[in-house]
Design a protein around this ligand. Structure first.
Ligand SMILES: [Mg+2]
Length: 248
């Protein structure tokens, strides 16, 4: 694995940043909302099926099944890990409907409420590096599975740093597969007019570095927020840092 000292970001044309966990610190808010939503559901499911209630784990379950994925994929993937099958439903399902979409919408309802109350913290090292790259004329995009991407960037006050936003709404409009597929990153690079080999992907999630590897990008930076750098290396990161300020 390369060290950040061996890497010159200035030699690349474009940088694609994931949002949650890379630029903004909303993972804590997200994992709290996932837990509240799933625990409500699991408690009821346990009662009805006469099985023990095993709560959602904000560490392992969040990282393995939910983090970085489109919301409905996250719901499906976690339920599958518990051997629970629900009908998919429809995207406009109300938050109290027992479908994959209903549970996903319940989680989103909780998140929007909590975002307005708590705001969105940014990782200072990430914002300083992004500003530096911006001043150097790099083309930059945010590539996030979140449909709340724009609201989060606004609340965080960093929208002006980026040329293009590939969020959950844009991906849906363009019929692009979410991470770990590389499609959203490839499209964002294309929108910036940069070849993948001239483009850097910055990701904190396993599904995100997998997408970076699958897209054959010039460099995949893993941002290790959980003290598990090897997981990111094993899944596609060329270099791993605990903080993007290590590139300054
Ligand atoms: Mg992330």
């Amino acid at each position: 694995m390369a060290s950040p000292k061996d890497v010159d970001l200035m030699t690349y044309e474009a940088i694609l940043f994931d949002l949650d966990g890379v630029l903004t610190a909303t993972a804590r808010v997200h994992s709290a909302c996932w837990k509240q939503m799933f625990d409500e559901f699991l408690r009821q499911h346990a009662q009805e099926s006469g099985t023990p209630f095993v709560p959602f784990d904000r560490g392992a379950d969040y990282l393995n099944y939910v983090d970085g994925k489109p919301r409905m994929e996250g719901v499906k993937s976690f339920l599958a890990s518990r051997g629970i099958h629900l009908p998919f439903g429809a995207p406009e399902d109300p938050p109290d409907r027992r479908t994959v979409c209903g549970l996903g919408n319940r989680k989103n309802e909780l998140f929007r409420q909590l975002l307005m109350v708590e705001g969105a913290d940014v990782f200072e090292g990430s914002v300083v590096l992004a500003r530096r790259l911006r001043q150097a004329g790099k083309k930059m995009a945010v590539v996030s599975s979140s449909k709340n991407c724009m609201a989060i960037l606004e609340v965080a006050g960093i929208t002006d740093l980026f040329d293009y936003f590939m969020d959950g709404n844009e991906a849906q409009r363009l019929h692009l597969a979410g991470k770990p597929q590389p499609d959203t990153f490839l499209k964002a690079a294309q929108m910036l007019g940069a070849a993948p080999r001239q483009t850097v992907v910055v990701e904190d999630a396993i599904s995100g570095v997998q997408a970076g590897r699958a897209g054959n990008f010039g460099l995949v930076i893993g941002v290790d927020r959980h003290g598990a750098p090897q997981d990111l290396v094993d899944n596609g990161a060329d270099v791993v840092v605990a903080d993007l300020a290590e590139f300054l």
